[in-house]
Ligand binder design. Structure first.
Ligand SMILES: [Zn+2]
Ligand SMILES: [Zn+2]
Length: 375
């Protein structure tokens, strides 16, 4: 048994023996509904949800200048020209039904029963869509070209997007830094064209039909992976929004950074751009640092936990009781460290070899130069 499936494009014959359990869902609805929710074009500004285009604008505004004396606020946006045939009656609100009983503007997608009962006040036959006094037409979205015309003539299927914005400017006192309002101006400005979706869920750009294909987004976070065969690691920062930051070594073990997959440059340049101006500030990011005190030609370490297990260079004596706490060339034990801390000893001389591999961040008079190994 075969049956013919309804389809506006071509007749299809179904030879399957089992009956379809579910009707084929409207697959285009996903695209169409999603875009309609993105635009919210039939809604008045105050009815719009904080999502899609509305959220995008609210996110990027206000914009202020460098001196912070002027600011641009976003108020609302409108999409397309909504008017009757003759253009005398305008406004998106007039495209929708309004109850004459309670004066409620019905939602754009309101489905009314035959008796036209107002869902808000229950009044019957009171819902009206305003018609133009001159041409008798109701308000609709005015389109310059239909999708078929756009395809034939190479146009873009789009409508104008306008923003209502507010410009605020202040006079700033250079001394007290207080701001005094200079003026506020509100205006609707043309922002550009925004493409509309056709009934088939497509867009038309310069006469070419295009579709949006959903893609998975790389999840944001910090990722590390092993570099090619060398045993070092490559780091990647993927933000929710903005440029990717990738760190990588080259064959000479020099660390580079790559922004948004562009040309790589030295990490030190990147760090300086972030505000780590001096060599010292950058070195502090990469190495553990300890305070040392030069005294009488000797270097003393600041007392901290890391000294446990290190060998002292001279006898450590309790400043009060003059008792010997640690003998010269003795290892500092946990117990001793605790005692040193109790006796409020601030610094200790270590054996010279404990400094091996340590470098100085800044010069000590004439003893050691900055970035030189301590010997
Ligand atoms: Zn009219
Ligand atoms: Zn009503």
């Amino acid at each position: 048994m075969s049956k013919e499936l309804e389809n506006i494009y071509r007749k299809r014959v179904d030879f399957s023996k089992l009956k379809t359990a579910f009707p084929i869902p409207d697959l285009l609805a996903i695209q169409k509904q999603s875009y309609s929710e993105f635009l919210q074009m039939e809604l008045l500004p105050e009815e719009r949800k904080d999502s899609g285009l509305q959220a995008a604008f609210k996110d990027s505004f206000p914009v202020s200048d460098f001196k912070e004396t002027t600011q641009l606020d976003f108020i609302s946006y409108s999409i397309g020209d909504w008017e009757c045939k003759c253009g005398r009656l305008k406004g998106v609100e007039n495209s929708r039904g309004r109850c004459n009983g309670c004066k409620t503007l019905l939602p754009a997608d309101a489905e009314l029963t035959e008796k036209e009962i107002c869902p808000y006040c229950g009044a019957m036959k009171k819902i009206e869509i305003q018609l133009c006094d001159h041409c008798g037409d109701k308000v609709g979205l005015k389109m310059k070209y239909r999708p078929t015309e756009c395809l034939q003539k190479g146009y873009t299927y789009a409508v104008p997007l306008r923003l209502k914005i507010r410009l605020i400017s202040w006079d700033k006192d250079p001394e007290t830094k207080t701001k005094r309002l200079r003026h506020i101006k509100e205006q609707e400005v043309y922002f550009g064209e925004i493409p509309l979706m056709t009934e088939k869920g497509t867009f038309i750009f310069n006469g070419i039909e295009r579709v949006v294909v959903s893609q998975l987004q790389r999840s944001p976070g910090v990722f590390f992976r092993q570099g090619e065969g060398k045993g070092f690691y490559v780091g990647k920062i993927i933000p929710y929004r903005g440029a990717w930051v990738e760190f990588e070594y080259d064959s000479k073990n020099v660390l580079f950074v790559r922004l948004d997959r562009k040309k790589k440059f030295l990490v030190s340049v990147f760090l300086r751009a972030l505000g780590f101006g001096s060599d010292e500030a950058i070195l502090r990011l990469f190495y553990e640092t300890y305070k040392i005190f030069p005294e009488g030609g000797n270097l003393y370490w600041e007392l901290n936990e890391n000294l446990v297990g290190k060998i002292v260079g001279e006898n450590v004596v309790d400043p009060k009781s003059k008792k010997e706490l640690i003998q010269s060339k003795g290892k500092i034990s946990n117990e001793q460290y605790r005692k040193l801390k109790e006796r409020k000893i601030k610094k200790i001389a270590l054996l010279g070899k404990e400094f091996k591999g340590a470098f100085l961040l800044s010069s000590i008079n004439d003893l050691v130069k900055a970035k030189e190994e301590i010997r």
